[in-house]
Design a protein around this ligand. Structure first.
Ligand SMILES: NC(=O)c1ccc[n+]([C@@H]2O[C@H](COP(=O)([O-])OP(=O)(O)OC[C@H]3O[C@@H](n4cnc5c(N)ncnc54)[C@H](O)[C@@H]3O)[C@@H](O)[C@H]2O)c1
Length: 270
């Protein structure tokens, strides 16, 4: 990989990851709707709206790989999700095909599978169960990735990010947390590993309470260093202050599941 584009570079993950990626990919091009407030003099930034295909074609021109973090990162009104995450994601993949980009690493989410009960361990062969319009947009991105990989020859890695940060901050996050360094490992596998064609990984550190079988990522050499249990006491203390949430505490997606919930009284055990 010579030139790598990062979308969503002004966001929470982009801000951390672009510093970590700099050493590995000196020709890093950054993009977002808005200029990162902490942009350094040696960083190369080009603003673009993902919903504008012509603008997206310009930012992908001449790049070998893309780390696609840009988009609306929580639940939102349909029009917002449609524009940033559905149209935006399509534009990104289509522009990459037209400009012959080789690889895309797509920031998917645990919310693509949020409606599995926490009692169940799932792998990447379990079908999607989005917990929100946002989660649907991530499942859509994973499907687009498969289309562009198998039909057009792009090499695509989808990372279902759990929760990114320096430490897990509550009980749910003890199961799904990923450290910045561990996410960097997964992104680098997606950008560089010679055997990648189309893969879905779970973006989680080494969490003893994890719900996901991440065998595929391990097969590619992923060796997470972060351990959620190291933060057990602080996370559980913070959790004790949260109100009970019958639906959200049952399913993996947490509050994304209980938000707008008017389903059956009986929660699924399958
Ligand atoms: N933070 C997490 O724990 C987490 C978990 C799962 C998935 N993800 C995914 O990872 C990615 C990055 O997450 P984050 O926490 O940094 O989110 P964030 O909201 O902090 O950053 C997203 C960035 O995308 C940009 N953006 C939004 N709409 C855009 C558009 N139309 N065109 C161009 N740029 C646009 C925003 O300006 C923002 O800077 C997102 O796709 C998110 O869905 C994050």
């Amino acid at each position: 990989m010579r030139t790598v584009l990062m979308t969503g570079a002004a966001g929470g993950i982009g801000t951390r990851l672009r510093r970590l990626l700099k050493g590995a990919y000196p020709q890093l091009r950054l993009s977002d709707l808005k200029t990162p407030p902490d942009l350094a003099a040696d960083e190369n930034f080009v603003a673009a709206d993902l919903a504008d295909l012509a603008a997206v074609e310009k930012i992908v021109d001449g790049v070998d790989g893309i780390v696609h973090l840009g988009g609306y990162s929580i639940e939102g009104p349909w029009e917002t999700i449609l524009s940033a995450n559905i149209v935006g994601c399509y534009n990104l993949f289509e522009a990459a095909r037209r400009r012959r980009v080789k690889r895309i690493v797509f920031a998917s989410s645990n919310h693509a599978v949020g409606f599995y009960p926490r009692s169940r361990r799932i792998g990447i062969d379990d079908h999607v169960r989005p917990d929100s319009r946002y989660g649907v947009s991530k499942a859509f991105g994973e499907a687009l990735g498969a289309l562009y990989a198998f039909k057009h020859g792009l090499r695509v890695t989808c990372i279902r990010i759990g929760n990114f940060g320096d430490a897990p901050v509550d009980r749910r996050r003890l199961s799904i947390w990923i450290s910045p360094e561990d996410l960097l490992q997964l992104v680098r596998i997606g950008l560089d590993h010679p055997d990648i064609r189309y893969e879905v990984f779970f973006g989680a550190s080494d969490n003893a309470r994890g719900w996901w079988d991440n065998a595929e990522a391990f097969r590619y050499g992923y060796r997470p260093q972060g351990r959620g249990e190291d933060f057990r006491d602080s996370a559980l203390a913070a959790d004790a202050k949260l109100p009970a949430d019958r639906v959200g505490d049952w399913y993996e997606g947490g509050p994304f599941c209980s938000d707008e919930y008017d389903g059956d009284e009986e929660l699924s055990s399958r």
